[in-house]
Design a protein around this ligand. Structure first.
Ligand code: M6R
Length: 603
């Protein structure tokens, strides 16, 4: 959802900005650009297309300098053209700006500036920013004053980085869109997300809404919009820069699928004791949820499917639970004092989820964020945080973070069950935790033995693909279909098994692949409904630990036997492979599917 990067004091700003842009390309990839201060001039290069189009197009004429800003775009206002690419500049060319977010009052600002004679050359909301800065510079304000006056006029969400001709400094401001500072000796970095500069430094400052920053070589100052100095803590990030590279894989998605044994081991490390049996969730001891009578999950996309999984676990244990798509959350919470609102979000920056979290806070409910990104906005704004510890995920298609979310929610659900229904929580827990402790090895086994690549080549020419499951397999079926449509661009739908006969069965024609998920507990409906589809010409691909269950199926993807509450995670790895290999056969740009971005920071 647009990525911004800036640096000051690095030896070669072009190289640093381009590295940052490549690391941030998962946030948007329809156009890119940079501005470099080369000692005398502010030089801007930008164009529609990927970062490689930018570097290829200007390979021999990229400027040298020690300060720069860059941007990779996911369009909101205006199509992906050279003119709409960032940085945007003032009419004189003396002010260059990159921006992530949406300026909601840009139309009135644009009319005002146009009437004053400022000429606009793009369709973007962003372009009002450099013109406003120039307007205040023209009115006699110094750079800081002009930037501050500009920020006071903006409504909406923004992370902005700005450079002025002749100054080896970057100014930035944050309101509602993420912005992080990186520090290393005399050099400073500013970016939408830590992976942008992780190979240069692991020392970071997470900025807050309302913060304004100026960085020059060897100096950093943070103030509020009125200019009062602010002190922010320096954190050390424990992500390894290697984790953000492709590590020899053709695609991030494949790397991240195959990283699941390791990422899941991190998720459960120190949190489970199968022998006791006990769960140790840092910050959430036994009894901490004793005042909770209802749980309300809010999430989007893949995270919504993980939330459905967590909710089903609670429902089966008789805990009152609701799940809302964050974009549909009404903010109505009948019993705020007894309700725990749980936003589930990998990035911690999804605008819809953040909006729901804020509404829950206004309603007076206790909020607990389940997220992957330390220091993200959701992590900072929720009352409490539980991290899924999956490590950085770069591929736009969420894979390893779904597994880590589901496992984290499984542990949270066990703790909630103990506290809400007052039981000792031991029934079933030992078996669950024992099976959980070997889940990373079982995923490794699926990775080693999966037949998904061969199977995909038999099915890559169909008109539609269906995924069905009952109980805990229903959210996995929805997730399988989302992944499939997202990266193959083929029509795919996920259904609760029993729903097929209430309408979707009309879509089944001879040869339609139906992926049917079996977990040994919720199988009867899936069995019956898969056979009904098969009788109408569908080809059934069963995903199961029991070949007997699947004797009727046309194809089988086998998974190891485990606790029924965990079986969906193994099935999901098979489905991730099916999506990946089908998309590869179809020649799709797997890590950057069209029209999408990793982190959706607009509503
Ligand atoms: O960062 P979040 O988990 O809040 O993102 C929510 C969705 O945008 C995200 O899960 C999306 O559906 C996935 N990229 C799909 O693979």
């Amino acid at each position: 959802m647009c990525g911004i990067i800036a640096c000051v004091g690095s030896d070669d700003a072009v190289d640093t900005v381009l590295t940052g842009l490549k690391n941030l390309e998962y946030r948007g990839y329809d156009s890119a650009g940079l501005a470099i201060q080369n000692g005398t001039d502010l030089i801007v290069r930008k164009r529609a297309g990927k970062i490689s189009d930018l570097t290829g197009g200007f390979a021999r004429e990229l400027p040298q300098g020690i300060a720069g800003i860059g941007h990779t775009r996911w369009s909101t206002h205006g199509p992906p053209t050279d003119a709409n690419a960032h940085p945007h500049t003032s009419a004189s060319g003396d002010v260059a700006v990159v921006h992530n977010g949406i300026i909601s009052n840009y139309e009135s600002l644009r009319s005002e500036l146009a009437e004053m004679g400022y000429l606009f050359t793009s369709d973007t909301d962003t372009e009002v920013i450099p013109h406003l800065v120039e307007r205040y510079l023209d009115a006699g304000f110094d750079t800081d004053g002009a930037f501050r006056k500009t920020i006071e006029r903006l409504e909406g969400s923004y992370a902005i980085a700005l450079m002025i001709e002749g100054e080896e400094a970057v100014r930035a401001a944050r309101q509602g869109s993420p912005l992080v500072v990186g520090l290393h000796d005399d050099a400073y970095y500013l970016a939408s997300d830590v992976p942008a500069f992780l190979e240069f430094t692991d020392e970071v400052i997470y900025l807050e809404d309302g913060d304004m920053v100026t960085v020059e070589s060897g100096s950093l100052s943070i103030t509020d919009v009125a200019g009062n100095p602010i002190t922010r803590e320096i954190d050390t990030v424990d992500w390894d820069p290697e984790e953000t590279g492709k590590g020899g894989y053709e695609h991030y998605m494949l790397k991240e699928i195959e990283n699941q044994p390791e990422s899941l081991s991190n998720t459960i490390r120190g949190r489970i004791d199968p022998e006791e049996p006990a769960i140790h969730l840092e910050g959430f001891p036994r009894g901490c949820f004793s005042d909770v009578s209802e749980v309300h999950f809010v999430a989007c996309g893949t995270s919504y499917h993980a939330a459905l999984y967590g909710a089903r676990l609670l429902e089966e244990a008789n805990v009152r639970v609701r799940v809302s798509r964050a974009s549909e959350f009404t903010g109505r919470i009948p019993d705020p004092a007894g309700t725990l609102v749980v936003p589930v979000t990998q990035s911690g920056e999804t605008a819809d989820t953040l909006g729901a979290l804020r509404q829950a806070g206004v309603a007076g409910a206790r909020t607990l964020a389940v997220t992957n990104v330390v220091g993200s906005t959701v992590a900072r704004e929720a009352d409490e945080v539980l991290y899924i510890r999956a490590g950085p995920e770069i591929g736009v298609a969420a894979t390893k973070t779904f597994s880590s979310q589901v496992v984290t929610l499984t542990l949270l659900a066990e703790r909630l069950k103990q506290d809400v229904d007052g039981g000792d929580g031991r029934e079933n827990l030992g078996t669950l935790l024992r099976d959980l402790s070997v889940l990373p090895d079982q995923i490794e086994e699926v990775i080693r033995t999966s037949r998904a690549e061969a199977l995909s080549s038999n099915y890559s020419d169909r008109d539609a693909y269906f995924f069905i499951g009952h109980g805990l397999q229903h959210p996995v079926a929805l997730e399988g279909a989302l992944k499939f449509k997202e990266i193959t661009y083929e029509h795919a739908e996920g259904f609760a098994s029993g729903e097929l006969k209430h309408g979707p069965l009309a879509l089944i024609t001879p040869g339609t692949p139906v992926f049917a998920l079996f977990d040994g507990k919720h199988d009867d409906k899936t069995h019956t409904n898969a056979k009904e589809a098969q009788a109408r010409g569908a080809e059934i691909i069963a995903i199961t630990a029991s070949e007997g269950t699947a004797a009727f199926a046309d194809e089988v993807l086998v998974i190891p036997d485990t606790h029924p509450d965990l079986s969906g995670l193994l099935a999901n790895v098979q489905l991730q492979f099916v999506s990946y290999y089908t998309a590869r056969l179809l020649g799709r740009p797997i890590d950057k599917p069209r029209n999408l971005a990793k982190s959706v920071t607009v509503e």
